[in-house]
Design a protein around this ligand. Structure first.
Ligand code: UDP
Ligand code: MG
Length: 329
């Protein structure tokens, strides 16, 4: 079979109810675009029958393949695995829950043919999310815009088309704590956004808990900014300056008026304040050291337990370099 022109990567984690409806809507769209397409499901350690349903689809339609992880590694890593296994000249990343309307892929491909290397879906509103989540997202993007080394286009997520050039660059980035949104922007290339409305999740509930989102946000900031480390240098300078000023003040006062009753409460308060600051700054340094540790261990990004369809061919031909993945078992 000729190598595919278009690859669609779909990370899935316990999405059994969505597999059939997704294929039902996605495949006609792909067939309208080209016959040389492939779909790669990345089964991110599902514990339901998601993989069996994908297997059934793959038997009916050999252009549907899958990479199945040995456990849950997270969506970011699932996307990385999808990129490793995709063979297309252009690669589309989409969610399984139909929140990313497959029909948009036609527009993505049109833009790509016009010469854009990266076409991202830009959500026009976030009204599907809770207020707290929206507020948190807003705060994160403000912080990122202020301290991040790169600019994130507003409303852009993982739903996008990436040209082969960009895919190869993304694959060459060996980062473990992956913040894809940042990486997409970091690699550059000619990009454009296409607005779209996020649909309701078809079945099931979102897999992102608040705690997961918080870690994700911190990973994002830490991967693209050293501002959290630098704050402490500035604060250190400021506090030293204040300390010297206070020392001078006390010296002059003692010389002019002699000592009076020493102030214990203020002493305790300042000791507590400064130990708090020291612990906090140590913690932040620890976060970065932890990330350095994770990177230098050079563990593979993910472990594959099974491959189906086209994804299995990649296991022998276009093999991702051995340092980044386990061989087929
Ligand atoms: N997903 C995944 N691994 C995870 C969590 C989610 O592969 O650990 C997949 C999930 O199956 C879906 C996509 O990532 O296809 C987006 O997840 P979800 O809809 O839960 O996120 P949201 O749309 O709420 O951001
Ligand atoms: Mg979703």
């Amino acid at each position: 079979m000729a190598s595919p022109e278009l690859s669609v990567i779909i990370p899935v984690h316990n999405e059994s109810a969505n597999i059939a409806p997704l294929c039902g809507r996605l495949l006609p769209v792909l067939n309208r675009i080209t016959s040389r397409w492939e779909v790669i499901f990345v089964d991110d350690g599902s514990r339901d029958d998601t993989l069996d349903l994908i297997r059934a689809q793959s038997l009916k339609e050999p252009r549907i393949g899958a990479v199945s992880f040995s456990r849950n590694f997270g969506k970011e890593i699932a996307i990385a695995a999808g990129l490793d296994h995709a063979r297309g000249d252009a690669v589309v990343i989409a969610d399984a829950d139909l929140q990313h309307p497959p029909e948009m892929i036609e527009t993505f491909v049109e833009r790509w043919k016009e010469g854009y290397d990266m076409v991202y879906g830009q959500r026009t509103d976030r009204s599907d999310e809770t207020r707290a989540k929206r507020g948190f997202a807003h705060l994160f993007y403000r912080l990122f815009a202020r301290f991040g080394e790169i600019e994130l286009p507003p409303g852009a997520g993982d739903f996008r088309l990436i040209d082969r050039k960009g895919v190869d660059v993304l694959r060459a980035l060996g980062e473990k704590a992956r913040f894809s949104k940042g990486l997409y922007a970091w690699i550059g290339f000619k990009s454009t956004g296409v607005p779209f409305v996020v649909e309701e999740r078809l079945h099931g509930a979102t897999k992102w808990s608040f705690r997961k989102l918080f870690r994700f946000a911190f990973d994002g900031i830490a991967a693209f900014s050293t501002a959290p480390l630098r704050i402490w240098t500035y604060l250190g300078f400021l506090i030293s300056f204040l300390a010297i000023a206070t020392a001078v003040y006390f010296l002059v006062r003692t010389m002019l008026f002699g000592t009076d009753l020493p102030g214990f409460p203020s002493l305790i308060v300042s000791v507590m304040f400064f130990s708090g600051i020291q612990l906090m700054s140590l913690g932040i340094i620890g976060e970065y050291v932890g990330r350095i540790f994770a990177e230098v261990k050079r563990r593979p990004l993910y472990v594959v337990s099974e491959r189906l369809g086209g994804a299995a061919e990649v296991g022998t031909g276009l093999v991702p370099d051995g340092s980044r993945m386990m061989r087929r078992v």
